[in-house]
Design a protein around this ligand. Structure first.
Ligand code: NAD
Length: 353
């Protein structure tokens, strides 16, 4: 066995987890010394956001309900202006990764503290990673100002997640865990967290998708998603996240669905170069083969299995492969254009690895 050697950067976060934890929101805003919260949501979750405003009472300064996928810069600008106009002193992001992403865009320029109330499994609330899209391209960066100060995980808020989002968002969270296991800066703490995240999600997603109101399953899945968020925030990602970033940014494919389709193939690509990581993932999935178990999990959840069903065109695969090898980045198995092109072909057709 090789002697242990690693660097571990813990990120500060206060997490309130449990059924009914949303009740703690007013006191958590007080705890930050804030009294004028701007609540953020998507247009689809406006009704839920109105409930949050009612709960905040006099601590609510207003609502901005225009969050959309990938934080377009004009939406970020409008939301920043709203925060200024209302003299907001904190942001309450109630929703999935798109809503958290909008709060981060405001915090990036204002340093306002964020209270995140995640309602999907995206995990953005545990990371200092921000993203903004402008002119068809997505810029991302890391900045501790955008890391939420407080995260309230209330499984009751996830029961309204449609089955498709439950499935794909859950596998998105598993993807954070899988890549953390073989990251360049992997370490024993994050690996423990990542393995437990995969276990909790794989065990609970079938019930959460089949019976959306099953609170035990929803609790376990949200717990796994939290662990996925920690994994994403603490360890650098590799080929899987790079491919999803390219397919989302340059081909406009939907975020969580793309993660779901790519993950088994990215895991298969890296399996021989990261045997220990893959053995841990397989153990957490209760299988001998992590790539096959990931594919079978997605199939069992009724999630999309091919890039073609997500709207990808076959004539885009060459360009996607070119983009994937354009700027070198860490991956356990070296990036070989022909093999990545084959990975994309397999994902396009939805083949079982
Ligand atoms: P999303 O936030 O876009 O949500 C998808 C849709 O589902 C929206 O209409 C939303 O309102 C709705 N929804 C969410 N939760 C719901 C619920 N409980 N009930 C009913 N409807 C609900 O999708 P997402 O997958 O959560 O997030 C994707 C975005 O997050 C992408 O832009 C991605 O890049 C970003 N992301 C960022 C990070 C990071 O660390 N910066 C991490 C993960 C994801």
């Amino acid at each position: 066995m090789t002697p242990l050697s690693f660097v571990y950067n813990a990120l500060p976060a206060r997490v309130i987890f449990g059924l009914g934890s949303l009740e703690k929101l007013p006191e958590e805003v007080d705890r930050l010394g804030a009294s004028r919260a701007l609540v953020l949501s998507t247009p689809e979750q406006q009704v839920a956001a109105a409930g949050i405003i009612a709960r905040l009472g006099p601590r609510a300064a207003g609502l901005y309900a225009n969050a959309v996928m990938h934080v377009p810069s004009e939406i970020a600008q409008a939301a920043r202006a709203r925060a200024e106009e209302l003299r907001a002193d904190c942001l309450v992001a109630a929703g999935g990764g798109s809503t958290t992403g909008l709060a981060k865009a405001i915090a990036l320029t204002s340093a306002l503290p964020i209270v995140a109330i995640p309602t999907s499994y995206a995990g953005s609330e545990m990371t200092p990673i921000w993203g903004l899209t402008e002119g068809g391209g997505k810029k991302t960066g890391r900045d501790l100002r955008v890391l939420p100060k407080t995260v309230i995980y209330d499984p009751a808020l996830t029961v309204t997640m449609p089955p498709l989002l439950s499935a794909t968002s859950g596998i998105n969270a598993i993807a954070h865990c899988v890549e953390a296991l073989y990251a360049k800066d992997a370490n024993p703490i994050v690996s423990m967290i990542a393995e437990e995240g995969i276990r909790a999600l794989a065990a609970s997603l079938p019930a959460a998708v089949r019976e959306p109101a099953n609170l035990e399953a929803r609790s376990q899945a949200l717990y796994g998603a939290w662990l996925g968020g920690i994994s994403l925030g603490a360890a650098g990602m590799a080929l899987h996240h790079k491919l999803c970033h390219i397919l989302g940014g340059a081909f406009n494919l939907p975020h969580a669905e793309t993660h779901t389709v790519i993950l088994p193939h990215a895991a298969a690509y890296n399996a021989s170069a990261a045997p220990e990581a893959m053995a841990r993932a397989a153990r957490a999935l209760g299988s001998d083969s992590a790539p096959q178990a990931l594919y079978d999990l997605a199939a069992g959840l009724g999630a999309p299995l091919s890039l073609e069903t997500l709207g990808m065109k076959a004539d885009g695969l060459d360009r996607a492969a070119d983009l994937a090898v354009q700027n070198p980045y860490y991956n356990p198995r070296p990036l070989a254009r022909a093999a990545i092109r084959q990975l994309l072909q397999d994902a396009f057709e939805g083949r079982r690895p």
